[in-house]
Design a protein around this ligand. Sequence first.
Ligand SMILES: *Cc1c(COP(=O)(O)O)cnc(C)c1O
Length: 393
Amino acid sequence: MGIYLDYLATTPVDLRVLEAMLPYFHAEFGNPASRSHAFGWRARAAVEEAREQTANLIGAHPEEIVFTSGATEAINLALRGLVARRPEGRSRLLVARGEHRAVLDTAEDLRSRGLQVDLAEIDADGQVIVEGFEGRLGESTLLSCVQWANNEVGTVQPVGALAEACRAHGSRFFCDATQAVGKLPVDLGETGIDLACLSAHKIYGPKGVGALYIRKGEPRLRLAPQITGGGHERGLRAGTSNVPGIVGLGRACEIAAQEMEAEGTRLLGLRERLEGGLKARLEGVQRNGEPGQSLPGCLNLTFEGVAAEDLMMELGDIAVSSGSACTSARPEPSHVLGAMGLSASRAQSSIRFGLGRFTTREEIDQTIERVSRAVGKLRSPLGTAPRAPEKGS
Ligand SMILES: *Cc1c(COP(=O)(O)O)cnc(C)c1O
């Protein structure tokens, strides 16, 4: 089966999540929009329970949650929906350079439709520079977008400070919290974040379901729906609800809330073991990202003098990635590492290890062994693996 270390790209559905979902494919197949019979009422009750479970994990009210087909759709609804209802005089977006493609490409599309897009720089660790960010906020900034945690290097952003700066300038603040939710404490009620997204398949739920958080309260946030055709999800997202998927998202959130703390500690231990083990065996290994403020299961390393593509080939059935899953088919180096100031060649020698719920210590030890050998082989002029150390040495 190989060793899966790409948990930031996607995760397997937890069997407890699958178990919660199964009844909603057949026995409980009702449409939650059917108000005239018990099949519909039961489906609706299941969706509303999932809304509560999702809200609980992120410090939100259930009424602040809109279910979508995933984080990408939630991002599109937030950005396009707000732009369509923008007040007079607010026509600029402020987007951090290290954002996910779903945010960058949506902002780029809005730019081609007449909005101005400003970019906020990130530093060598991948963190948004707060003063620089604040300096780019202006009278006409409609919306600022900074993720909670980065999907390539794991760096956590100072979202509280950024949200405060936005509030002071009258800008709305959208936070792509897809990688942080379920892994780090996220309390949206506490922070001044107006809009945020999450995705089930990054937290052991099914693919194709996620949510947009829309803060209640004053000044009122108005979004234009991007999918019309019925009053589902308070008129913001039409279409029959994906009931099994939503139930799965809710259960995934519930499990994450219970296990996050212990699991975070466990993953941090494994990540440090992996980093320490590789650095002990190999020269020329550098960590990318902010070591203190980062996702416990994310380790991005540069292996000097080794092309990531070659290393991944050599690793065979160890699943890791270079760049993000969405862009790794393109040969370009990661835009995140580039924005952090890494040279193209260093970026192209970087690998992301994503550890998760089913990662074991044995897998980490095997990975240390196999990566060390593969890097040694690729670096040696004859392309041969260094001799295995003698037993007992
Ligand atoms: C995976 C991911 C997305 C996209 O989520 P989907 O639900 O797959 O559309 C957006 N942002 C970040 C940070 C991600 O990691």
